[in-house]
Design a protein around this ligand. Structure first.
Ligand code: PLP
Length: 250
């Protein structure tokens, strides 16, 4: 069945996109940054394909995928027509890496050396290179994914030796349901690490992408140096599936 998106759904998404782009521009202006240096990622978990199509028609270019099967199906649906960039932002369940690697332009959730080693091995077998970000647990909450800030540089140094992965930056979830002050301190921590790693000038490591900030504190994230804001709900509306489905703690 060819699902049609209704006028009101269209204008809902259009308004939301305008609002978010407006907030990004305003925050950039306030902190003296070029709005072109801050990219908007649309997080697509469970979002119907026709909503995503509408956003791509509006000129959006970057999709964030949490689940390997959704990445594959969105790639299959949209690659030829719109050629968006796909970033994987989920954790890896069993056997998901094989599905993710052919379709993701960048993988933002590398937080352990064994994951990096496994990825490098698979990439070598496919004769491919892949961009990755190191995910850092800036909130220090047990329940969050990411390597601890103390161990992040050690992981970068080890992963930098793997020839088929290219480290392009850092990503964090930060904290949700919190105060701006707490969110900001997560962003500052990630930015400081980013600058520190940049100064180390490690061969094979380019600190270009600082993926941090969601809808609640995107202004603070931009002021603290974010180059990539990740937004789902504030563009596409509430999801039916709870986030615990995607950030399933084992
Ligand atoms: C779901 C998700 C987002 C976006 O969250 P929303 O609340 O839908 O805006 C951003 N980053 C990651 C890693 C996510 O899993």
């Amino acid at each position: 069945m060819n699902q049609q998106i209704s006028e009101s759904q269209n204008s809902f998404i259009e308004n939301n996109l305008n609002l978010i782009h407006g907030r990004i521009k305003k925050a950039c202006k306030k902190s003296g940054r070029n709005p072109e240096d801050v990219r908007l990622m649309l997080v697509t978990k469970t979002v119907p394909a026709e909503f995503i199509r509408f956003a791509l028609e509006s000129g959006e270019k970057l999709l964030g995928e949490n689940v390997a099967s959704e990445l594959k199906s969105n790639y299959t649906t949209f690659h030829a027509e719109y050629n968006p960039e796909f970033h994987f932002i989920g954790f890896f369940g069993d056997d998901e890496m094989d599905t993710v690697l052919p379709y993701a332009d960048c993988i933002q959730t590398i937080d352990r050396i064994d994951l990096a080693v496994e990825m490098n091995r698979k990439l070598q077998a496919m004769d491919m290179q892949k961009d990755i970000l190191i995910q850092v647990n800036t909130s220090r909450k047990e329940s969050h994914f990411g390597i601890s800030p103390e161990h992040a540089i050690g992981l970068v140094l080890k992963a930098a030796k793997l020839p088929s992965i290219n480290i392009k930056g850092l990503m964090t979830l930060g904290v949700f349901d919190t105060t701006e002050e707490k969110a900001r301190s997560c962003f500052q921590l990630l930015k400081n690490l980013f600058d520190e790693i940049k100064m180390l000038a490690i061969p094979g490591v380019q600190m270009e992408i600082l993926s941090m900030g969601m809808s609640d504190y995107l202004e603070a994230a931009i002021e603290e140096g974010s180059t990539m804001i990740r937004i789902g709900t504030a563009i596409f509306g509430e999801r039916e599936t709870p986030d615990s489905f995607y950030w399933n703690e084992k």
